[in-house]
Ligand binder design. Structure first.
Ligand SMILES: Nc1ncnc2c1ncn2[C@@H]1O[C@H](COP(=O)(O)OP(=O)(O)OP(=O)(O)O)[C@@H](O)[C@H]1O
Ligand SMILES: [Mg+2]
Length: 710
């Protein structure tokens, strides 16, 4: 471990630094957590309170951050204790803010090191990205603090470690004072990475790297042996944000498959625009279905075949929806600057020149408002002009000024806005977008918008307005999962043509043709040691990739406590089940409202068959992720209850009852019953000459008979 005072590396077992005697093992500081908690923004408090009652011990996929500030000790020689405490409090409060900004939580302080968690209790699909962003922001925060320090003092520095993976998360300690924490190897590795990180650097583990490499530049480091780990770990050092990573798409892995029709609708929209017919094109679809990819292909086409147009591209981010105008401001900024210019001041200078040139003589009136929007310093005379405006009037003037800017620009060339993920636009940008829509009726300006199905509360009004006011201008392009044939092609593109047929079918079954799921499952398989060694994989060995798990968990975390409980029970029962079985299992609660919620959020689908209502998981992955989040010890109990309930009351109401019971008894640990039901299922199948199935059940019986433990 590196000594925070003198920087010398010490053997991990040392309690004190061998060089200067500084204590290396620091106590956990609870008071500091309480102080930093005061920085939690209201919106995050609400979200935590919302999930609070649903928190149980469970498996979660999280990113763990350890960030350590060094330099306080040497500063302490020049400051009196009170000043030092004040400085430290200021630092830690600032760091807390950087964590909360991305909806992570502070787990604990160990000396001058903060441990933060992203992904629990609130999950986001992009938690690894949030963790890296938080660490980069922490570095900036420390720089700001340094800038305010007396020149004679030594600079503070921060070094961090981030690791992503499975943990057991949940409440510890007494129930009254909720304390949330995570445990497991993932945490230990994050801490060790932090120990190895030189001052001023951020080291991440391989899974964090894999899930964020589309957004940041990294430098690979030599594999390291971390204390307590048998295998070597390959860390990566974060260099910074990747320029152009705002395209909402990781590296392109396969040629585009299908989507001819959708792409030609977009091209048609552009041809119409050239001819003077503006439109609003709306792409909508589930997570990972290919919205960003379609937009990427469209933009690629426009850059090559439509150089006469102005393409203004923007994207909503799940973690930036609280920054006013961020989404549209960034897109216009990028449009005006075109390439990365090194400093903010230079950027502003270029924007200013471009605005002046674009607006010409008669546009001078609106320049102050455009400067306000782009955060450019106003002249004294301009300041005078805007001074008397209240915030509402100022906003209106800014909106009008941007509309004027676009009108001017559209006189020169047709404009197409391409906005991806508008469900994550900040509310000011959505308002501005709404304000700009009427331009399509009089100018060569079109909008191509995409949004993800799910929580659409932020854009409900915008969508309604488009529907009500611009029906003749609007074209909706709903994106569906790939067909089995196209899925097959995608898998072959990703994994090679000679992939085992069974494996291909398995991926299609799991992913249901969702390209993101296909890519992630394929990558997981390709990277698994067994596959690399050519040993082949059994179905049981194939795990759900963390990225998919995170996407699913973030949906499940939005459910209320009862619905989440119901989903857990449902996931143990299986892919589909009769409503009456759920009723029987959850007797004392009103299940209908919760089933309704699960149906509304498109997690379950209702199926009516033979006068009975059944429910099925719309996506098998939702069942699997929910199932695996439940601790094994709990699952055993539920399997037992489910098996007994089915055995007592449902034997004549379910198809393939013997195999269902074999499954539940097997996982309930009742091998006798599991064995007899597996044989029975095999006998039943062979009586019907269903030989493949019969073989499956007999094999299952054989497996049960020879397995000691599940
Ligand atoms: N038709 C396709 N052919 C080949 N690859 C595809 C196709 N559609 C999507 N992909 C790939 O699948 C992955 C997920 O697609 P994409 O990011 O476009 O989904 P999305 O709908 O934008 O998801 P999100 O809701 O998360 O924004 C990407 O790596 C993309 O390149
Ligand atoms: Mg996308």
């Amino acid at each position: 471990m590196r000594c925070p005072r003198c920087g010398v590396d010490n053997p991990a077992k040392n309690k004190f630094c061998g060089e200067c005697g500084f204590p290396l093992k620091q106590p956990i500081d609870k008071g500091r957590v309480e102080m930093v908690k005061q920085e939690i923004p209201e919106s995050l408090v609400k979200k935590i309170l919302y999930v609070r009652d649903t928190i149980e011990k469970e498996h979660r996929d999280v990113s763990v951050v350890f960030a350590d500030i060094s330099g306080f000790t040497s500063i302490s020689e020049s400051l009196d204790p009170e000043e030092l405490t004040e400085l430290m409090n200021k630092c830690f409060r600032k760091l807390g803010r950087m964590v909360y900004r991305y909806e992570g939580i502070i787990d604990k302080f160990i000396g001058d090191c903060v441990m933060a968690i992203f992904g629990a209790p609130i999950a986001h699909e992009d938690d690894p990205e949030r963790a890296v962003l938080a660490c980069l922001d922490m570095q900036n925060a420390i720089e700001e603090i340094n800038a305010g320090l007396d020149k004679s003092l030594k600079r503070l520095q921060i070094h961090s470690g981030i690791n992503t993976g499975k943990v057991i998360a949940g409440k510890v300690g007494s129930d009254l004072q909720m304390e949330y924490t995570v445990m497991g190897d993932t945490v230990n590795v994050a801490q060790r990475l932090k120990d190895q990180a030189p001052p001023g650097s951020i080291l991440v583990g391989p899974e964090t790297y894999r899930r964020t490499k589309h957004a940041f530049d990294f430098m690979p480091l030599e594999p390291m042996r971390l204390k307590g780990k048998a295998a070597m770990v390959k860390p990566f050092e974060v260099i910074g944000k990747k320029w152009g990573s705002e395209f909402g798409l990781s590296i392109v892995h396969s040629d585009l498959i299908g989507r001819n029709q959708e792409l030609s609708l977009l091209k048609q929209g552009y041809d119409d625009l050239i001819k003077g017919r503006s439109s609003i094109l709306i792409i909508k679809g589930e997570i990972g279905v290919g919205k960003s990819r379609l937009l990427y292909e469209f933009r690629k086409y426009l850059t090559i075949y439509a150089p006469e147009g102005a393409i203004i591209y923007g994207r909503g981010f799940s973690y930036e929806s609280a920054i006013p105008f961020k989404s549209i401001l960034d897109s216009l900024h990028r449009f005006l600057i075109e390439e990365n210019v090194s400093s903010r001041e230079e950027d502003k200078k270029i924007i200013k020149e471009k605005l002046v040139a674009l607006m010409e003589e008669e546009g001078v009136e609106v320049l102050p408002y455009l400067y306000k929007f782009f955060n450019i310093e106003l002249t004294e005379a301009q300041k005078e002009k805007v001074r008397h405006l209240d915030s509402h009037s100022l906003q209106l003037q800014i909106f009008l000024a941007i509309a004027t800017l676009l009108e001017k620009l559209s006189d020169k060339k047709p404009i197409i806005f391409i906005f991806d993920d508008i469900q994550w636009f900040d509310s000011a940008s959505i308002e501005l977008l709404n304000f700009l829509l009427p331009l399509i009726k009089k100018r060569r300006i079109s909008f191509c918008l995409s949004y993800r199905l799910g929580d659409l509360s932020a854009i409900t009004n915008l969508l309604k307005n488009i529907k009500d006011e611009y029906p003749d201008y609007t074209k909706e392009i709903p994106l569906k999962n790939l067909s089995p044939e196209d899925s097959m092609l995608l898998i072959e593109n990703l994994m090679g043509k000679d992939v085992d047929e069974g494996l291909k079918r398995y991926i299609i079954e799991k992913s249901q043709g969702n390209p993101f799921f296909i890519e992630e499952i394929a990558r997981n398989i390709l990277e698994s040691e067994a596959y690399k060694k050519g040993k082949g994989l059994t179905r049981k060995q194939i795990e759900i990739p963390g990225s998919i798990e995170a996407a699913v968990s973030s949906r499940i975390d939005g459910l209320n406590k009862e619905a989440k409980y119901l989903l857990k029970i449902a996931s143990i029962i299986g892919r589909n089940f009769p409503e009456t079985l759920l009723e029987e299992l959850i007797k004392d609660r009103d299940i209908y409202q919760n089933i309704n919620e699960l149906e509304q959020t498109e997690i379950l689908v209702r199926i009516n068959k033979d006068n009975e209502t059944y429910y099925a998981f719309r996506h098998p992955i939702f069942q699997e992720v929910t199932y695996h989040s439940i601790l094994k010890s709990e699952r055993v109990i539920y399997h037992k209850v489910i098996a007994e309930t089915i055995e007592q009351k449902f034997t004549d109401r379910l198809e393939g009852i013997s195999s269902i019971l074999a499954h539940h008894y097997y996982y309930a640990g009742n091998t006798d019953k599991a064995l007899s039901y597996s044989i029975k299922a095999g006998d039943e199948a062979s009586a019907l000459y269903a030989n493949d199935e019969a073989l499956l059940y007999y094999n299952q019986a054989l497996e049960v008979a020879t397995t000691e433990d599940v």
